[in-house]
Design a binder for this molecule. Structure first.
Ligand code: PLV
Length: 321
């Protein structure tokens, strides 16, 4: 029997300010409220619970920050040690927060992919270690799929579109799987990324996995050089529209959410919010990719711990807002 999940059921709110922008009801799934500050605990929690049942004794996780937070939280709840490997691009206050969660923190490499290589090597030397991949594992997608099954219970109607951001594609895979489970397979997904972290868009355009030379976006938590294979496969099985915005749009999304709902999220999450605040949905409607009349839209507010008010103000200035 499966243990009680480590994630919580988060609020789903009707956003009046966003509804005004889009011209239909917009619902926000507030996964920023999770105990690890992002949706990640859904999949990571589920993956770790299963792994320790199989005999795993030491959690190792490479992360841009949020998968690490979820892994450290899960490890502490379950009473196991955790080692989190983060790249240099992860802010120091995130590393400090991970240590406060009781994890050992190792900083390695420029981007997440470098940290991941190190984590894999480290695992060879630690007895009973389990390596938790932040986006590429079926147990993880199964856990992430609960963000949709929960939303389906909370939504008064079936949405006409679901807006979500894409890093390595783990959340996207979970969302597709959840939508399949609740009978939303015909509902289009708007998959948001920022320029400079757009490995999903590159893969969709090429029809095969593409490895970016570097991550140049401020949305470091979307910064996987290559997305997981399953996310590309899903782009052929489910209506998914891949959209790339500028960092400016993503930062604007964070600022608008803060003003509209008093919620502070990472720039990674701001990419999804740009789907609403930068009129992406209207553009997709004009292109015939979304129905001409939208009645309701679901936006996954994935959250993220790599942000402070000061940091958001710095981003704001640096993008000229
Ligand atoms: N962040 C990963 C990968 O970073 C991590 O290690 O935390 N929104 C937030 C706030 C995130 O932290 C992430 C992933 C995503 C969205 C994207 O999720 P994915 O990778 O499942 O598409 C490099």
């Amino acid at each position: 029997m499966m243990a009680k999940p480590l994630h919580i059921c988060t609020p789903l709110l009707e956003s009046v300010p966003m509804s005004k922008v889009v011209g239909c009801k917009v619902f926000i799934k507030c996964d920023n409220m999770q105990p690890s500050a992002s949706f990640k605990i859904r999949g990571i929690g589920h993956r770790i619970q299963k792994a320790v049942q199989m005999g795993g004794k030491h959690i190792i996780c490479s992360s841009g920050g949020n998968a690490g937070f979820a892994a450290a939280y899960a490890a502490r709840q379950l009473g196991y040690p955790a080692t989190i490997v983060i790249p240099e691009s992860t802010p120091d206050f995130v590393a400090a927060g991970l240590r406060d969660e009781g994890a050992e923190v190792i900083v390695h490499g420029k981007v997440w992919d470098n940290a991941n290589e190190y984590a894999m090597k480290l695992a060879e030397d630690i007895d009973g270690s389990i390596v938790i991949h932040p986006f590429d594992h079926p147990d993880l997608w199964e856990g992430h799929s609960t963000v949709i099954s929960e939303s389906a219970n909370q939504m008064p109607v079936k949405p006409d579109a679901v807006v979500v951001c894409v890093g390595g594609g783990g959340l996207l895979c979970g969302v597709v799987q959840g939508m399949k489970k609740v009978g939303w397979s015909d509902v289009p997904i708007v998959a948001m990324e920022t320029k400079g972290a757009d490995s999903y868009n590159a893969a969709v355009l090429a029809g095969e996995l593409v490895t970016l030379p570097d991550i140049t976006s401020r949305a470091k938590c979307l910064g996987a050089l290559t997305v997981c294979k399953r996310s590309l496969e899903y782009s052929k099985e489910h209506p998914i529209h891949s959209v790339v915005v500028d960092d400016r749009d993503a930062v604007n999304g964070c600022l608008r959410l803060l003003d509209d709902h008093r919620i502070l999220v990472e720039v990674a999450c701001g990419a999804a919010l740009a789907g609403v605040y930068s009129n992406i949905l209207k553009d997709l409607q004009k292109e015939g990719k979304l129905p001409p009349e939208l009645k309701s839209v679901l936006v996954i507010v994935c959250g993220g711990s790599g942000i402070t008010l000061q940091k958001l103000m710095e981003y704001k200035a640096s993008v000229g807002l």
